[in-house]
Design a protein around this ligand. Structure first.
Ligand SMILES: Cc1cc2nc3c(=O)[nH]c(=O)nc-3n(C[C@H](O)[C@H](O)[C@H](O)COP(=O)(O)OP(=O)(O)OC[C@H]3O[C@@H](n4cnc5c(N)ncnc54)[C@H](O)[C@@H]3O)c2cc1C
Length: 312
């Protein structure tokens, strides 16, 4: 029986390791600046993210008080500064955020918990250019299984995507129907081994053909492909590429306007403990503004957690 005791201790400590005060989604200027503040305030801080758009820039001249440098150098310095004060970094992609008594951030590799979350995921990616996508939005085209899956109980649903984010949406859709097909729109599947195994075990049909259009008048009826074949569907859920700030907002009920997360003067969203900073909040999309907003979001998260501790 002693081995059961040790197994329990192992899993309990693993669970603790995955619990943070603050999780910051995004490793760009906004996320890195927020992390500096929260870690210096002795909050256990995790930054999740891959490359920032600025890492493509070969020369930054308009960021005050720093020498002219490449975007890659700028981010590398930010990561170094973070590590020096105890920030943990994970090169993972967040596919979903849930809120219960704490936040749960699900990535392509793990699930992490925290008391506060800062979204700093940069500008949301553009819509996929498929004919009639705008027209049929809300008429059978959706972006969030948790929010709208309920309307498709037992019906035929297509998930449009090719990453772990699409598989997460597919899994959530299974709460409502088992008649689900994955459409990759000519993209190669880019998913982890657990999800590869899941698709095989569950026998999920996968159609890789390029989509030409969505068809329907009052409601979506079909997906048409470039090779002129068609598939009937009752609903379509789009989870294409990487989950963006807007996708997280839809799941959590965060207010958005013009594809930007709405925040107050302290970077707080309408959800307690949830903040946003940088390009994902719209406005003047520059490093200096991202850094300024990141600092404010960090400060707000610190005050929020301090208040939580006082209440205990
Ligand atoms: C080519 C180019 C040159 C530029 N040059 C300048 C310049 O010279 N000066 C200037 O001030 N501004 C410049 N900008 C603008 C500047 O890059 C942005 O304003 C700034 O990077 C915004 O910072 P951010 O932290 O909000 O987002 P980003 O820098 O975009 O960082 C977003 C982070 O979120 C991560 N992420 C996204 N989705 C997820 C997810 N689902 N899960 C986990 N992580 C996720 C990304 O991997 C990334 O780490 C330039 C932009 C480009 C594209």
């Amino acid at each position: 029986m002693i081995w059961i005791y040790y197994i329990n201790i192992y899993y309990m400590s693993k669970g603790d390791l995955l619990m943070y005060d603050v999780i910051i989604i995004g490793k760009g200027p906004a996320g890195l600046q927020a992390a500096l503040y929260t870690a210096r305030a002795k909050l256990k801080t995790l930054v999740i993210g891959k490359d920032s758009v600025i890492e493509k820039s070969t020369r930054i001249d308009n960021y005050c008080c720093a020498p002219s440098q490449t975007g890659e150098e700028l981010i590398a310095i930010g990561v170094q500064q973070g590590k020096a004060v105890g920030v943990e970094f994970k090169k993972e992609i967040a596919v979903s955020i849930r809120k219960n008594s704490t936040f749960e951030v699900i990535t392509d590799n793990n699930t992490y918990k925290s008391k506060a979350v800062i979204i700093a995921t940069g500008q949301p990616s553009k819509k996929i250019p498929i004919k009639n996508i705008n027209y049929l939005e809300g008429k059978g085209i959706h972006y969030c299984s948790t929010c709208d899956g309920f309307f498709y109980e037992g019906l035929k649903v297509g998930i449009i995507g090719y990453t772990d984010y699409a598989i997460q949406e597919l899994k959530e859709m299974q709460n409502y129907t088992n008649n689900i097909t994955l459409y990759t729109n000519n993209q190669e599947l880019d998913i982890n081994t657990i999800n590869q195994k899941f698709l095989k075990e569950q026998n999920i049909p996968i159609i890789t053909k390029k989509i030409y259009s969505f068809e329907g008048e009052q409601m979506i009826k079909k997906i048409s492909f470039d090779d002129q074949s068609e598939e009937n569907v009752d609903g379509v859920f789009i989870a294409y590429g990487t989950a963006s700030s807007v996708d997280f907002a839809r799941k959590l009920g965060i207010m958005i306007q013009d594809n930007a997360i709405q925040v107050d003067d302290n970077q707080k969203t309408n959800i307690d403990g949830l903040y946003a900073a940088g390009d994902c909040t719209g406005g003047f999309k520059q490093i200096s503004t991202a850094v300024g907003q990141g600092a404010l979001a960090g400060k707000s998260a610190i005050e929020y957690i301090k208040k939580l501790k006082e209440e205990i």
